[in-house]
Design a protein around this ligand. Structure first.
Ligand code: TRP
Length: 342
């Protein structure tokens, strides 16, 4: 069976973009047709200035929201990255396979580094090596498919390159993974800035619908979305990105099609109102389930404990094989006699 791995980074509250673009497909499709692992990648949240208590809170919340979104621990493995040591173990080995030049060519690194330098801040070394840790996340489980948006495609490409290189140098160890892009209409843009993705780490709140936003807040944000000059409702992502974004959100929420929906509306106001209602309806069951799960923290903890155990059992043999293949001396087993006494 195809193995699928994906991760969600606890650097901010999860958004409608995370849900429509990724989580919903994990719950509705991926966990049913493949052997899937969904991971709260908390180590990745430490690559930029962070508040320890906030990372802890967001990690628990991300795990709870995954379950609330319908990711079912009976069908897949849900866990927290730092609970499984294999990620960090493998990451170091892959640092010995990746090159400095390769890391510095990563688009996301270049952008984030440039922004950070502008602010006069210093960069954490882990921001540079982050894609290697991400490669370790994927390769430790021999994942075949990695469902991610285009902003992560270059990182998955790196994971492929490292897998091929490691296998060539040290013998076949890793499956070579591939990125599987989300379906169209799943790329939700910022309501105030339809040229950029609705990301959770951005701080422009009014353009971002969070999964836990109250209905009133959702309505306010959608009603205030920037539109384009012009009056007709047309689906034209290039020329009318604001309206196209609303049509795509509405289509994603109602299983419709943005082009045909465009012909239904005569005014921007009506489109916004229906989009707001549709988003509220899509979020309602997720929020209800989230409330139930928050009332039962022991359940969520149990899921994460079992998930980490399952994940460890999957990753351990592969990472051990990589340790041996690259030339590390196997640890000496305890003498059998001592075991027998204790
Ligand atoms: N880098 C991804 C992001 O920022 C999160 C991530 C980390 C990930 N490890 C992963 C995604 C492995 C897929 C597979 O969104």
């Amino acid at each position: 069976m195809t193995r699928v791995f994906s991760g969600v980074k606890p650097t901010g509250h999860l958004t409608l973009g995370n849900y429509l673009g990724a989580m919903r497909r994990w719950a509705e499709v991926d966990q049913h047709r493949s052997e899937a692992l969904f991971c709260v990648v908390d180590l990745h949240a430490l690559t930029v200035a962070h508040d320890p208590a906030r990372v802890r809170r967001l990690s628990r919340q991300a795990a709870t929201l995954l379950l609330a979104a319908g990711v079912d621990p009976r069908l897949c493995t849900v866990f927290v990255q730092s609970h499984v040591d294999e990620h960090a173990r493998l990451s170091y080995l892959l640092e010995c396979v990746a090159t400095d030049g390769e890391m510095r060519r990563m688009i996301q690194y270049k952008e984030k580094a440039a922004r950070e330098r502008e602010r006069g801040g210093s960069l954490r070394l882990s921001l540079l090596t982050y894609p290697v840790l991400m490669a370790a996340d994927i390769l430790a489980y021999n994942a075949d498919e990695v469902p991610v948006g285009d902003d992560q495609a270059q990182h998955v490409e790196l994971a492929r390159d490292l897998a091929v290189r490691f296998n060539q140098r040290y013998g076949h160890t890793f499956v070579v993974p591939r990125a599987t892009p989300p379906q169209v209409a799943a790329r939700v843009m910022n309501l105030q800035d339809p040229a950029s993705k609705m990301g959770k780490s951005d701080d422009s709140g009014p353009g971002i619908v969070y999964l836990l936003d109250e209905p009133d807040a959702v309505r306010r944000k959608v009603m205030r979305a920037v539109t384009d000059s012009g009056r007709e409702v047309e689906y034209d992502p290039e020329g009318r990105p604001g309206i196209a974004n609303l049509l795509e959100i509405l289509a994603a929420c109602t299983n419709g099609n943005p082009e045909s929906l465009a012909s239904v509306y005569e005014s921007y106001g009506a489109l916004k109102k229906d989009t707001a209602d549709a988003v509220v309806e899509v979020l309602r069951p997720v929020q209800a389930r989230h409330r139930e799960l928050c009332a039962d923290p022991a359940y969520v903890e149990g899921v994460l404990r079992d998930g980490a155990e399952k994940a460890r059992a999957m990753a351990r043999p592969t990472v051990d094989t990589a340790y041996r293949a690259i030339g590390l001396l196997p640890p000496v087993p305890e003498p059998a006699a001592l075991n027998a006494v204790s």
